[in-house]
Design a protein around this ligand. Structure first.
Ligand SMILES: [Zn+2]
Ligand SMILES: [Zn+2]
Length: 357
């Protein structure tokens, strides 16, 4: 059974739900590759990458002679389910330079494992999309540090994105680095065990998702979108991304079911707002509308319709035909300390005075 995770398409782009970082028994994970494809399908994903550690396969139990084996094993299952499977691997070095995911490789078996520079150069020669994984991992007090090795890779064109969310951790420092250095935002699970065990609590919790805004539903289009930084992250009932993506995503998710509220003088109307998105929108007022009181806090729950009492003053009913309720979406993050301003728009119509026969 597949549980859909709905996100609307954006103008000119389809929204694809992706996880570009996970492991199987072919490195230090605990499941067989086909299981990764089935899990992802069940959780509403469009695309995944199985990214085994290039340097430490499970040597004692499995002799890995082909680094593409996990990908190749998962592919028939992925294809049968209509899931896109991105070829990739995790370059696994000490810190610095740390761990890097190399996606869209054409041949994993020729990536050198002795020198990270040689590996990044070889990957980029294959047209790879490269991102630095979990930058804060193993750092002092879990605070991410930008090393010379990262700067060198960035300067050489070997670094294209950063993992802002890894597993259960969001990193505001890394988020800001993406904005400052024009790198792609990624949010991945890095799941090692079965997803149902690792994300069992709290009930209904889901693993992180990278939302990719692609020209079409294909591997080539995902590759292009990643290179062009057209992504956002869904994590822990929040979205992280640039306003140019989050605003249309919000606007196309909500549907005012009562676009025209007909209200008698001193009467009330019930505004009904539906949220089609897989995340709640947690709203807080960022201003007032003269003569129209509205809730200071309002949560538009995922997949549900919320009813809001509107009791306009008599003067407002006559003078303000179009109402724009000013809110701030407190769980839509455009920067580590900045959330998205949004509006709920509807029209007020005074009820015609009833004539007695
Ligand atoms: Zn890693
Ligand atoms: Zn990993």
């Amino acid at each position: 059974v597949r549980t859909e995770a709905f996100f609307p398409d954006l103008p000119g782009y389809v929204t694809l739900r992706c996880d570009f970082h996970m492991h199987t028994v072919f490195s230090d994970g605990l499941v067989w590759p086909t299981v990764r494809a089935e899990e992802a399908w069940c959780e509403g994903y469009d695309a995944i990458a199985i990214t085994e550690h290039l340097e430490y396969p499970r040597k004692t139990d499995l002799v890995i002679t082909n680094h593409q084996r996990a990908h190749d094993l998962a592919r028939p299952t992925a294809e049968a389910l209509g899931l896109l499977l991105v070829p990739g691997t995790e370059l696994t070095r000490g810190e610095p330079p740390g761990h890097w995911n190399l996606l869209f490789l054409t041949n994993l078996n020729v990536i050198p494992t002795n020198d990270h520079r040689a590996a990044l150069r070889a990957a980029c020669a294959q047209g790879a999309f490269v991102f630095w994984n979990h930058p804060a991992w193993k750092q002092t007090n879990q605070i991410a540090k930008w090393y010379d090795e990262q700067q060198e890779a960035l300067t050489n064109g070997w670094l294209h994105g950063l993992e802002v969310v890894n597993g259960t951790d969001y990193d505001p420092i890394v988020h800001q680095w993406c904005l400052d250095r024009q790198l792609t935002l990624l949010g991945n699970s890095d799941v090692h065990g079965p997803v149902g065990l690792d994300y069992a609590y709290p009930p209904g919790s889901r693993r992180p998702m990278t939302l990719v805004f692609a020209r079409e539903r294909s591997l080539a289009a995902i590759h292009e979108a990643l290179q062009q930084r057209r992504t956002a992250i869904c994590f822990s009932n929040s979205l992280f991304g640039e306003a140019q993506f989050l605003r249309p995503l919000f606007e196309r998710s909500i549907e005012v079911r009562t676009p025209v509220l007909t209200i008698a003088p001193r009467g009330r109307g019930v505004l009904q707002v539906h949220n089609r998105c897989a995340v709640d929108f947690v709203l807080k007022a960022r201003g007032k509308v003269a003569g129209i009181p509205f809730p200071e806090r309002l949560t538009l729950y995922a997949g549900k319709t919320v009813a809001v009492d509107i009791r306009p003053a008599a003067t407002a009913l006559k003078s303000v035909p179009e109402v724009r309720l000013p809110y701030e979406a407190r769980n839509l993050w455009t920067a580590p300390d900045e959330t998205l301003p949004v509006e709920i728009v509807f029209t007020l119509k005074p009820e015609e005075a009833k004539r007695s026969p």
